[in-house]
Design a binder for this molecule. Structure first.
Ligand code: CP3
Length: 343
């Protein structure tokens, strides 16, 4: 097992570090030729369900980039399979649920007992933990209840989340049952990952930025807080992430994760101004800056490091790397963060 003292874990605890730790959301995936070589032989879900392959894919960016953390190769949608909500990844469209949730009866049918159906994720974590150098941390993750509900109800990606909002405002009892079930499954799943070698877990609430602060506080916060509060009581480290959350961050902080993710729409010094002092922040380079000329991208990295100076910081992009990202530039970003990060 990696020692619990590496710079990423220290930053999660708000402790001083030798330099700024760095990793990237979607650091494993299609922008890496070594990922595409494996993916050419297997679909994404088969890769995830084969622990030896998933472990290899998890380690690919660690070897190539020198990042301070690995994130297990899995997907936020996996727990929906044992819940009884099957989906597929359609070429060019992302996830598709052929039978989206329409109301209370569908929600009542959802199961909350995961059984042993996600054990392959635990096995992948064990394999990765054995291989990781001491100074690289291992991150597990899950989708947050709102973002999972959005996929279940919309049946796939959505532009304006109209159906989610319709159910949320239109049938509060059904909404609360759905969020309770998702929160229970999330907490069980994250605890399983922590037992199998994850040292920190990230809760992805990728699409929650479509809500007003009032709706976030009423319809979402209690459920994210149940998960993150449960983890805090366990003594586990957690990261709470969303996009387009500039107006939601003070409420998200109440859910009590160890670290709060911020996207590029809000500079980190501005974020610190509205958040509790000393709260570790993760982010927040625009991932599309990595498609800009390298000197423009690297200037963005320096700007992010300067804006982060007021407190504990984990460098990351504000959302996942896109498939067009040049891997060599990502490596230059890691090196620059380590050279110019806070000492
Ligand atoms: O490297 C890592 O970050 C770990 C692996 C990881 C994946 N998905 C692998 C994946 C993580 C952390 C996720 C999280 C995830 N999955 C999120 C939250 C993060 C975010 O981007 O906001 C969401 C919303 C999903 C749902 C999902 N999975 C979508 C929308 C898609 C299709 C979009 C696309 O890029 O094609 C996936 C598939 C998926 N998950 C891929 C990967 C590498 C692409 C699979 C492939 O075709 O090879």
């Amino acid at each position: 097992m990696p020692a619990p003292t590496n710079r990423f874990l220290k930053a999660c605890r708000g402790e001083p570090t030798d330099t700024t730790p760095v990793w990237f959301m979607r650091q494993a995936g299609r922008y890496l030729p070594e990922y595409r070589a494996l993916r050419a032989k297997m679909d994404m879900l088969s890769m995830v369900r084969t622990p030896e392959i998933a472990a290899e894919v998890t380690l690919q960016p660690v070897r190539r980039l020198g990042v301070d953390a690995a994130i297990v190769f899995a997907d936020i949608l996996l727990p929906l399979l044992p819940m009884g909500a099957p989906f597929r990844f359609a070429q060019g469209e992302g996830p598709v649920f052929d039978d989206p949730i329409r109301g209370l009866a569908d929600i009542e049918r959802l199961r909350v007992d995961l059984g042993d159906e996600l054990d392959y994720v635990g096995r992948t974590l064990e394999l990765v933990a054995k291989e990781l150098p001491q100074d690289v941390a291992l991150i597990g993750f899950a989708g947050a209840p709102f973002t999972l509900a959005a996929y279940l109800i919309e049946g796939g990606h959505s532009r304006n989340f109209a159906r989610v909002k319709e159910l949320m405002w239109g049938d509060e009892a059904a909404w609360r049952l759905l969020m309770e079930k998702l929160a229970e499954v999330c907490l069980t799943y994250l605890r399983m990952q922590l037992r199998h070698g994850a040292q920190v877990v990230q809760l992805f609430d990728s699409w929650v930025g479509c809500l007003s602060p009032e709706d976030y506080a009423r319809y979402v916060l209690p459920y994210s807080a149940a998960i993150l509060g449960g983890l805090r009581r366990d003594g586990a480290l957690s990261i709470h992430f969303g996009t387009d959350t500039a107006t939601l961050l003070p409420l998200m902080a109440k859910a009590s994760a160890s670290v709060l993710g911020v996207d590029w729409r809000l500079p980190l010094d501005s974020a610190r101004g509205i958040l509790p002092a000393g709260l570790p922040l993760q982010g927040n380079l625009d991932p599309l800056l990595l498609l800009a000329p390298p000197e423009v991208a690297l200037e963005g990295v320096r700007r992010t490091l300067r804006a982060a100076r007021g407190g504990p910081h984990i460098f990351n992009t504000g959302h996942g790397l896109v498939p067009e990202t040049p891997p060599d530039l990502v490596k230059r970003v890691v090196d620059l963060v380590h050279e110019e990060g806070r000492s």
